[in-house]
Design a protein around this ligand. Structure first.
Ligand code: ADP
Ligand code: MG
Length: 271
């Protein structure tokens, strides 16, 4: 059975795609079977996995419109060691086309159900908005991973996201939980970042992942080589942090209690 996670934050440039690609490669490097789903029409996670978005025969767009299934539409990131359900600009049209269709929020969920046995982890890279594409992601997932920079305004946007997760949990997907906040692009020399990090821990407790991803130029360089940072320079601090994060995720998942167990509050509300 696969565990499905959305990498979401409605802000752009906070490290969602970098997290998605490197967590996928990190999980693959510790022996997990991984599918990366690119739900952003920019297709950065696709390109960053070494898959050319311009030459895709099928993409996540076909899966949402049910003109292809996932085994048909996905391609292998050979270097990354995981499968990619890619995206390109065509996907921005899906937003409009889906509005008129039935089960419009549940298309991805249904398609993922059919490949449930084939993967240990499914990671969904969401666009920087709370759009219908993001909603398809949230309706498909067991959990949300929120990458964030420890900056002054970081907490502000978080409230909207946490409320969205609560609403999806209440109305559309009882499985959905906020899994955790991942501190990314972290620089411990900057006092403000350390302060915000402490505030996050005080406020969100164990919803803050133990692993911290440092600011590391190798992670930023890797996409231009079509490689996850974890593969591009495995010895770099950034790569090592993502492999550590992959291990943390494997441990979290193996320690999970079924979400319908009595007395367990796994909802976003406990955040
Ligand atoms: P998003 O998907 O949220 O828009 P990205 O993952 O594309 O964010 O990251 C935004 C920019 O920051 C990219 O140029 C990326 O290479 C860079 N970046 C992300 N994480 C790091 C990091 N830990 N260290 C250095 N640069 C990073
Ligand atoms: Mg992105």
């Amino acid at each position: 059975m696969s565990r499905i996670f959305c990498i979401a934050n409605q802000k752009g440039g906070v490290g969602k795609t970098t997290t998605c690609v490197n967590l996928a490669a990190g999980l693959a490097s510790v022996g997990q079977r991984v599918l990366l789903v690119d739900l952003d029409p920019q297709g950065n996670a696709t390109m960053g996995s070494g898959v050319d978005k311009r030459t895709l025969t099928h993409s996540v767009y076909d899966v949402l419109l049910e003109t292809a299934d996932i085994p048909e539409a996905c391609v292998r990131s050979e270097k990354g060691g995981y499968d990619v359900l890619g995206a390109n600009r065509e996907l921005s049209g899906a937003e409009v086309e889906l509005v008129a269709l039935e089960r419009r929020n549940e298309r991805l969920r249904a398609a993922l159900k059919a490949v449930d046995a084939g993967y240990d982890f499914v990671l969904i890279d969401c666009p920087p908005s709370l759009s219908m594409l993001t909603l398809n992601g949230l309706c498909s997932a067991h959990g949300v991973i929120v990458p964030m920079q420890c900056e002054y305004f970081a907490l502000e946007g978080l409230t909207d996201l946490v409320n969205t997760i609560k609403q999806v949990h209440a109305n559309l997907n009882r499985d959905l939980q906020l899994i955790g906040l991942l501190r990314v692009m972290f620089d411990p020399r900057i006092t403000l970042q350390t302060q915000v990090s402490d505030q996050l821990k005080a406020h969100f407790g164990d919803k803050v992942f133990d692993t911290v991803i440092p600011r590391n130029v190798r992670l930023a360089e890797a996409p231009s080589y079509g490689l996850p940072g974890v593969v591009f320079d495995p010895a770099s601090k950034g790569a090592q942090a993502f492999v550590q994060f992959a291990r943390e995720m494997v441990i979290r998942v193996s320690a999970e209690v079924p979400s319908n167990a009595p007395g367990q509050d796994h909802t976003a509300a406990s955040a």
